[in-house]
Ligand binder design. Structure first.
Ligand code: ATP
Ligand code: MG
Ligand code: MG
Length: 569
């Protein structure tokens, strides 16, 4: 068991527990259900769920569904599946919409306390009044409305009397603040759009900062972990938490109690960390949706997509992803992680956990002419070279085998250690074969190699130690099972597809070579497997039986990652 990770957030948690500030810690992961989770979310998930687990606390899964019309139940199910797949489970599943009544009452309280007002400025006017970094904002002409007028107007907003965008509820903070988020930010807006959980019940919807702070407080979240872009929002987050003061105002959350939900409001603390940015990846949900919508990929779970479901279908492992997040660490420093770091984490996990098999992706027939016609036998192969607990398997061998076409070269380049005219190579687990006749078709393509097997070098005999430079894999042509193999590669051909340099759009960088489908031959033991079983196909890479399309009688495999980094320059 590795030592628990150390980072500034875990240190804060440790200190808070030691100082007795909390009996237990409570975190949450708050995705908006407007798309599927992506590799960036893995960091937020591993942090919030991981820290809760390490410190014997709880983590809620909260669906931040405050934007009506943008959210789809399909995504809700997808988010739940993906979090579980990564290896986590939540204490409670909540929706921000569970608290719509709390938000509304909290808003009435703020109005009553004279710290919120209804504004009639349009969105555009509000922007103009807001000022800039160097210039303070101006007061709205509606800022000094009386509490009574504000209460009346806000109740009428709630009753649906006003048109979308015609009025806004704003916090009364400081139009001259150096932090623009504190220049009387909007708390509520009018939107007459049906909501997937609350239907037409609400014509007004809370703004993110208000809803997020109060949701955290409502759930008794102790440490609210979020990405750095919310750092400037923290003063507003604290303002909402303090001014509403849920712990001392149970009348604001009667609806939550009435709904039978646990209610232990507390004062949460927001802590920011830097996002996970990976080269060759896109982590904007809008752009991921565009890839799907415009057919650049075959769906949200296309193995080329860096959504969690895409990575899953590609064969990436939860443990490999968790390893990446651990390696990347937690800090406030923004950086871009090389995609190769992710691939290496996956290789590391798969090297230890994936059994070995043989497959030939681009077959060339090799006939062993000194074995009798129809000769076949069964060999025993270890399933893992470094771990005996994987056991052994039977591999059929016959007079005719398939080898990779590029393991033979008629005109070998310098340093080529595989099969060449008159050359020798070891057939893995069999013995040394020598190349004899090269059979070609009418257009000069090599169709068959006729070889002889040196009987003294058969596996297990003393002569098997005879030195030969190359060892190649093979599959018995008599027993091989045909399979569809999808060779995936990086979806973008440049490290920063998003950079928009030289006037190119990110879509111009979609790598047309990122999916190639071939017909391959598998040894029988690689075919009789369940979907999502992962293997190393020797010398080729790691592969997974496709989650959706694989069948034992019609195998379909996806290449997860090659054995070595082929992108390194
Ligand atoms: P988008 O802006 O594309 O809709 P989002 O990041 O806002 O995506 P959310 O569903 O709001 O998506 O994200 C849920 C949580 O995941 C947030 O707390 C957010 O900070 C975190 N998160 C999102 N992307 C990353 C990332 N690249 N690295 C770490 N955390 C992330
Ligand atoms: Mg968001
Ligand atoms: Mg967002």
């Amino acid at each position: 068991q590795a030592a628990p990770p150390q980072d500034f957030i875990r240190q804060i948690v440790r200190d808070d527990l030691a100082a007795g500030r909390h009996k237990a810690i409570h975190t949450r992961f708050p995705p908006e259900p407007n798309g599927y989770l992506h590799i960036g979310h893995a960091k937020a998930i591993c942090l919030s769920f991981g820290i809760a687990k390490e410190f014997n606390g709880w983590c809620n899964l909260r669906l931040d569904d405050t934007n009506p019309g943008r959210e789809d139940p399909e995504f809700v199910q997808g988010i739940k599946d993906d979090v579980r797949w990564l290896g986590y489970d939540w204490h409670e599943l909540r929706h921000a919409s569970d608290y719509f009544d709390v938000f509304y009452r909290a808003a009435l309280k703020l109005i009553g306390d004279g710290v919120a007002y209804v504004d009639d400025l349009s969105a555009e006017e509000m922007r103009a009044y807001r000022g800039t970094l160097t210039e303070p904002g101006r007061h709205s002409p509606y800022r000094e409305r009386s509490v009574e007028e504000n209460l009346d107007l806000f109740r009428r907003m709630r009753a649906g009397e006003f048109a979308d965008g015609s009025k806004t509820l704003r916090a009364k903070i400081d139009m001259a603040s150096g932090n623009i988020n504190l220049r009387d930010p909007a708390l509520y807006r009018i939107r007459k759009v049906a909501h997937q959980n609350t239907g037409d019940a609400w014509p007004i919807y809370p703004m993110y900062d208000f809803a997020h702070a109060l949701s955290d407080a409502m759930e008794g979240i102790t440490h609210s972990l979020c990405t750095l872009e919310f750092e400037d929002h923290r003063p507003l987050y604290d303002w909402c938490v303090d001014k509403v003061d849920l712990p001392n105002h149970p009348e604001l959350w009667q609806s939550v109690v009435a709904a039978g939900l646990e209610a232990k409001p507390a004062k949460p603390r927001q802590i920011e960390f830097s996002r996970l940015n990976l080269s060759y990846c896109i982590t904007s949900k809008r752009k991921l949706a565009q890839l799907v919508g415009e057919g650049h990929v075959d769906g949200w779970d296309d193995p080329r997509m860096n959504t969690l479901r895409g990575l899953r279908r590609r064969g990436f492992t939860p443990a490999g992803l968790r390893l990446l997040i651990e390696r990347v660490g937690v800090s406030k420093q923004n950086s871009v992680i090389d995609y190769a770091v992710l691939e290496n984490c996956i290789r590391e996990d798969l090297d230890a956990t994936a059994a070995r098999r043989m497959a030939v992706l681009d077959p060339l027939k090799l006939v062993i002419t000194n074995l009798p016609e129809g000769h076949e036998e069964t060999l025993s192969f270890p399933n893992h070279p470094k771990d005996e607990s994987f056991g052994t398997r039977e591999v059929p061998f016959a007079r005719e085998v398939w080898i990779e076409r590029d393991d033979f070269a008629e005109v070998p380049p310098k340093g080529f250690h595989r099969l060449k005219p008159e050359g020798e190579v070891r057939l893995r687990g069999v013995g040394i074969v020598k190349c004899g006749q090269i059979v070609k078709d009418a257009s000069g393509n090599v169709t068959e190699l006729h070889c002889t097997l040196d009987p003294d070098t058969r596996h297990g005999l003393p002569g098997a130690d005879r030195k030969v430079k190359g060892t190649i894999h093979w599959v018995s042509a008599t027993h091989a099972v045909s399979a569809e193999v999808r060779l995936y590669d990086r979806l973008f051909s440049v490290p920063a597809p998003d950079s928009e340099e030289d006037g190119k759009s990110w879509l111009d960088h979609v790598n047309p070579e990122a999916k190639r489908v071939v017909r391959a031959w598998l040894e029988p033991a690689a075919a009789r497997v369940e979907p999502e079983q992962r293997f190393q196909f020797e010398r080729l890479g790691y592969f997974v039986a496709d989650r959706v399309d694989h069948r034992a009688d019609a195998p379909v495999f996806n290449r997860t990652v090659t054995l070595r980094d082929v992108w390194a320059r």
